[in-house]
Design a protein around this ligand. Structure first.
Ligand code: ADP
Ligand code: MG
Length: 337
């Protein structure tokens, strides 16, 4: 080979190496973790393996942070601080204690109450007043007497927020708040914000039944499966989607079958303090996961008719409901014109 050729072939090799390294580095990265008692799953397109790992840790850290603030199970969380202040109160003093909270918790509480108003109280974080009496793992539910006594404590109107002083006040004794129906969605939104600040344009982040997609899958849609509520292996439907939040609430996530054969699951009707009936799963598609998370729980409680009526009034939000006869129902935005 003459020198000129040798030079050419060497530079050609160099260029191929450049191409190989640049395309080898920009790739899909995926990470898994667990937090808030669910599996977290993250996938994104990025160009550095070391940074990708680091970014995934920052995203997952948001879930631990939200959990530490908003878990009703953690005795030292901010939310427990509110609950303890009021549970220990005597009736005559109720309403006089105010708890100042972080702006993050205040934001989630504000959102939760908005969803309560929109859903005529079907979504109500004060369901926690009876929610803590259920132990799904141990197969335990409260007796009728306890339920009847405490379900009067479920009423979001008795949660008073002061946005100037950022305080929360509960106006009844024995009220407890539980953010299990909305906090995970909020954490997903925070995780997506982390990805955006890193310049990431294509990503999928899911936490159990709540997920958010950033962009598409580089030229094609993400495929989001709605589970068959009665079969681990089957999907009810697969949706091609991009740039949306998707949340599913189902009666199969946390439940046990009682002696009388009834399915005792974790989505409670605020009116009775007992598991809501009529639906197996609700999937909501919208923009932010804090919204889709709360709404999926709300529609589950409302039932097919009232649930679809609420969703059809909301811009940019859609729903897929699987009822207790396994029939599927779609909101107007998902139906062919
Ligand atoms: P997950 O994503 O944990 O399966 P969902 O979004 O399906 O949760 O909502 C169910 C959770 O919402 C329950 O585990 C409970 O913490 C909470 N929850 C149950 N009933 C209600 C209700 N009526 N209003 C608000 N939150 C509720
Ligand atoms: Mg929810």
């Amino acid at each position: 080979m003459n020198t000129r050729y040798r030079f050419l072939s060497r530079s050609l090799l160099f260029c191929i190496a450049c191409l190989v390294t640049s395309s080898a580095v920009a790739q899909w990265y995926s990470f898994k973790s667990t937090a808030m008692t669910t599996d977290l799953s993250l996938e994104f397109w990025y160009d550095s393996a070391t940074d990708a790992e680091n970014i995934s840790q920052q995203v997952f850290a948001e879930f631990d942070r939200v959990d530490a603030q908003m878990s009703s199970y953690k005795p030292d969380s901010e939310l427990s601080r509110i609950n303890n202040a009021f549970v220990s109160e005597v009736d005559s003093e109720v309403g006089s204690v105010e708890t100042e909270v972080s702006s993050a918790l205040f934001k989630v509480l504000t959102h939760a109450i908005e969803i309560s108003k929109r859903s005529a109280g079907a979504f109500d974080i004060s369901f926690g007043s009876v929610g803590y009496l259920y132990d799904y793992r141990a197969g335990h539910q409260p007796d009728a007497q306890a339920l009847d006594a405490l379900s009067s404590r479920i009423n979001y109107r008795n949660i008073k927020l002061d946005s100037v002083r950022r305080t929360v006040r509960l106006t009844m004794s024995q009220m407890r708040l539980d953010l299990g129906g909305i906090a995970k969605g909020y954490a997903v939104d925070l995780g997506i914000e982390v990805l955006k600040t890193k310049g990431i344009k294509y990503a999928s982040l899911s936490a159990g039944g709540d997920m958010r997609l950033l962009g598409d899958k580089r030229g094609k849609p993400w495929l989001v499966a709605v589970k068959d509520p009665r079969s681990e292996q089957q999907h009810a439907v697969v949706l091609p989607l991009d740039n949306v939040a998707v949340s599913t609430s189902g009666d199969y996530e946390r439940y046990f079958i009682a002696e009388n054969g009834e399915r005792v699951h974790h989505i409670l009707s605020p009116a009775t303090g007992r598991p809501a009936k009529g639906i197996q799963s609700v999937t909501i598609i919208g923009n932010e996961a804090i919204e889709t998370d709360g709404l999926s729980t709300a529609v589950f409680v409302l039932g097919v008719r009232a649930g679809l009526k609420m969703i059809n009034k909301l811009d940019g939000i859609d729903a897929i409901i699987i009822d207790d006869k396994r029939k599927m129902h779609y909101s107007e935005g998902l139906m062919a014109p």
